[in-house]
Design a protein around this ligand. Structure first.
Ligand code: ZN
Length: 320
């Protein structure tokens, strides 16, 4: 059995040091006894792992893209049966394999895992297949983002190559974001924990994933508050992606003269807009919200106190 490497994200949280220590001790003890905590029995060796990974005890192949950026799979039922007896928050990442493919990222997320400070620049990480190109109809112009598997805002950490894939603008800022927002809001509003796993799905040895499988299940209420199993497609309208290289070209379905429409359209439930890069929060009508890059922008439906408790600071201009 291959055990994915623990990146010890939990060590970032000094206040949790004792819990962490106990957890690590427990882990080593259990390992010594041949037990398994947060173990991944289905995980294949990083050398051999390819697109045909096992999820739900069967080979999971990326569904064909039709029109929705994310779709329900497996009847929306996550499967965390391979993660046993985890009570302490953790986040684990897989080793990158010899083809540059990232593996599963999994965690027990809670307030403890939320970021404690602003993010640094991700530029130093170049995921496999990251041959970026600009298209005028994409809001931020660039087709690719360095896409976190587990979002920074949920505790996925900084410029960690094991957590960053070549993901399209739409995968990063639309397909995945709404699921991340739901998860974050659930954690903050309840104080509960969420088992959360993101599995990038590749075909063969391709450097660019076809999409990501995201599973989440709230722990304390056994999924009553939050539970989903979705596949998010790594696609971009008007762009044909060569997943075997990462190079792209316009597919002719969108005119080269089309200029991007702003996608910042918060609904009435949105109370604040979070900048997950600076860890500032704004009123939705703050003018500076439009300057936040789409991939750093999260809509939030909670209270001011909840935003502050999450580690966000009020904007000095709109004074939320
Ligand atoms: Zn503001």
């Amino acid at each position: 059995m291959h055990r994915i490497e623990v990146s010890r994200q939990r060590l970032r949280f000094a206040s949790l040091a004792s819990i962490v220590l106990a957890c690590l001790l427990a882990l080593s003890c259990l390992e010594a006894l041949g037990g398994c905590v947060a173990e991944k029995p289905k995980q294949q060796s990083t050398e051999n792992r390819s697109a045909e990974i096992e999820v739900f005890s069967q080979t999971f192949v990326a569904p064909a893209y039709e029109s929705e950026l994310s779709i329900v799979v497996h009847d929306d039922e996550p499967d965390f049966s391979d993660i046993l007896n985890t009570t302490a928050p953790f986040i684990e990442f897989s080793e990158i394999n010899s083809f540059g493919q990232c593996g599963q990222a999994v965690g027990l997320l809670g307030k403890e895992t939320l970021p404690q400070g602003p993010r640094s620049d991700l530029q130093k990480v170049t995921p496999a297949g990251f041959h970026n190109a600009e298209y005028p109809w994409i809001e931020d112009r660039w087709v690719y983002n360095r896409s976190h598997l587990i979002a920074f805002a949920l505790g996925g950490g900084d410029a960690n190559a094991k957590n960053l894939i070549t993901g399209t603008y739409s995968l990063n800022t639309r397909g995945m974001l709404s699921l991340e927002e739901r998860t974050l809001y659930y954690i903050v509003s309840t104080g509960n924990h969420v088992l959360y796993r993101v599995t990038p799905i590749y075909e063969g040895h391709e450097p660019v994933a076809r999409g990501v499988l995201i599973e989440a299940k709230s722990v304390e209420d056994d999924g009553a508050g939050l539970s989903f199993c979705r596949f998010c497609f790594n696609v971009e309208a008007g762009v044909e992606i060569d997943y075997s290289t990462g190079y792209t070209h316009a597919d002719g379905t969108i005119s080269e003269n089309t200029v991007a429409e702003k996608t910042f359209i918060p609904d009435e439930q949105v109370t604040y807009v979070l900048n997950t890069f600076s860890l500032k929060f704004h009123r939705p009508d703050c003018s500076s919200v439009h300057d936040i890059k789409a991939w750093n922008r999260m809509y939030f439906a909670g209270t001011r106190e909840e935003a502050i408790e999450m580690g966000y600071q009020p904007c000095g201009y709109c004074k939320p």
